[in-house]
Write a protein that binds this ligand. Structure first.
Ligand SMILES: Nc1ncnc2c1ncn2[C@@H]1O[C@H](COP(=O)(O)OP(=O)(O)OP(=O)(O)O)[C@@H](O)[C@H]1O
Ligand SMILES: [Mg+2]
Length: 246
């Protein structure tokens, strides 16, 4: 199971939106997904209460520093493939605990505004984990709320700037879309909205799917790891004689 956390100490960076659209796209693709709502403002929980049952997607509300390890364990036992955690725009003990338990941290940064301070706080925390505890937590910046008409060149410049500082940036940016704003009140997901009532819905869905695919691509390949372990077991069970070349 992968634990993917959205973090940016600055409020309003686009964490909850990105978390919900990632979870929705993964669930839509048939993966078992759970969202841990670790924001006291409970945006995802409120959405879930209104949305009702969604195939492959469950939400756990009121996550605290002491309960988060149990939730992660329960999710693993329940066969969840992707655990998505939405954090508050803060830098408190819950943020530190969740970061430390994550496989991959996604840091939404508004493409044009470059709300760098909140992102820098998270990068500093991740650096502290690495230097003081030897825990290297993979992380990427995802550019969000990028205007649809922004030029590829302008985006490439922002990416290059971050890359120069050694920060990995996802190729897929999350575009500013009405659908991403409205999905919180839609009593469903991005994929059950009415295309006649929401402008550019198909483009928004495609954007979410590409984002989810890229995120899956940066995660450690679970399948490969499983095969590797299985193959190693097989090799161990093969009598040594049959391994020798005649
Ligand atoms: N790609 C997007 N397109 C359109 N609106 C967006 C997009 N991303 C975020 N928003 C809007 O920006 C606002 C802030 O986004 P969001 O709640 O996701 O940020 P956040 O980082 O979770 O904030 P907080 O720190 O308060 O939890 C919301 O009104 C949301 O609808
Ligand atoms: Mg939020």
């Amino acid at each position: 199971m992968d634990v993917i956390t959205f973090a940016n100490a600055k409020g309003g960076a686009g964490k909850t939106t990105a978390a919900l659209l990632l979870a929705s796209a993964l669930a839509r693709a048939g993966h078992r997904v759970m969202i841990l709502d670790a924001d006291p403002q409970r945006w995802v929980s409120r959405w879930s209460e209104e949305a009702g049952t969604i195939d492959n997607l469950s939400v756990i509300a009121d996550v605290s520093t002491s309960s988060v390890p149990c939730h992660i364990n329960d999710a693993r036992m329940a066969g969840v493939e992707y655990l998505v955690i939405d954090l508050a725009g803060a830098s408190d003990p819950l943020v530190t605990t969740v970061l430390g338990l994550s496989n991959h941290v996604l840091i939404p940064v508004q493409g044009c505004a470059m709300d760098a301070k909140g992102a820098a706080q998270i990068l500093d925390m991740l650096n502290t984990f690495k230097e003081q505890a030897g825990i290297d937590i993979a992380h990427s910046v995802v550019l969000t709320r990028v205007p649809p008409m922004v030029t590829t060149r302008a985006l490439a410049a922002v990416k290059a700037l971050l890359a120069q500082r050694g920060v990995h940036v996802l190729d897929t940016a999350i575009i500013e879309r009405v659908a991403f704003r409205e999905m919180f009140g839609c009593r469903g997901t991005l994929f059950t909205m009415d295309p006649l009532r929401v402008s550019n819905l198909l483009k928004a869905q495609k954007n979410a799917q590409m984002f989810a695919e890229e995120v899956r691509g940066v995660l450690p390949r679970q399948a490969k790891i499983r095969h590797f372990v299985r193959d190693k077991r097989k090799m161990r069970s093969v009598p040594s004689k049959s391994l020798s070349i005649a």
